[in-house]
Design a protein around this ligand. Structure first.
Ligand code: GRF
Length: 192
């Protein structure tokens, strides 16, 4: 798992890991120390690794990949990870890097999707789980679910409802990946 912040998605994935789900979390890698996600990992006895951002994407990506490989991770699962990985990650984990984003991509990519959603005034938004490709918030879509925007929503209240959906959608998707039930055909992801 790759994280940078609070790690509520990490927690949902920890809570559902095991034989039935078909996955275990080998290591939690963060680009910054002292974040809540690392505390959650430690509380669950999952190894942690801090790979500080060093302003060089190539060597940072290499260090992240090495850390994941050392832990024998078979996939990278990003949840609130605030760094963009370079090409080495795509080569080493082909169609094995997932991300979750709190909008219905391709709408509202980037770092402030929930604020952008409210600013734009859309009435329906949602959550997207997708594979990573060479472009930001762009790869093949694994799953999506819509969330209605309330008239009095703030960024906080809307993100809270999006999180509830995320915590259900992401474990399902990670499980499907781990069980070999996701096949990428062009931009489409076929579930079996
Ligand atoms: C989530 O909303 C996720 O979609 C986005 O960053 C947020 C991370 O939240 N990429 P958390 O750290 O899992 O609580």
């Amino acid at each position: 798992m790759l994280v940078s912040g609070s790690g509520t998605n990490l927690q949902a994935l920890i809570d559902q890991a095991g034989d039935a789900a078909g996955y275990e979390i080998a290591v939690v890698i963060s680009d910054r120390s002292g974040v809540r996600a690392l505390t959650r990992a430690q509380a669950a006895d999952i190894p942690i690794s801090v790979v500080e951002w060093n302003a060089d994407r190539r060597s940072f990506t290499h260090a992240v990949c090495e850390s994941a490989a050392d832990a024998r991770a078979e996939a990278l699962v990003l949840a609130g990870f605030m760094r963009i990985l370079g090409p080495e990650a795509l080569l080493r984990f082909p169609h094995r890097i997932l991300n979750i984003h709190p909008s219905l991509l391709p709408a509202f990519p980037g770092n402030t999707p929930v604020a952008d959603t409210l600013d734009h005034g859309v009435r329906v938004t949602g959550v997207t789980v997708h594979f990573i490709d060479e472009r930001v918030d762009h790869g093949p879509i694994v799953s999506q679910e819509a969330v209605t925007v309330a008239h009095d929503d703030t960024e906080f209240t809307l993100h809270q409802r999006l999180h509830e959906v995320e915590h259900r959608l992401y474990p399902e998707a990670v499980s499907a990946l781990a069980q070999g039930r996701l096949t990428v055909v062009g931009r489409r992801v076929v579930w079996s």
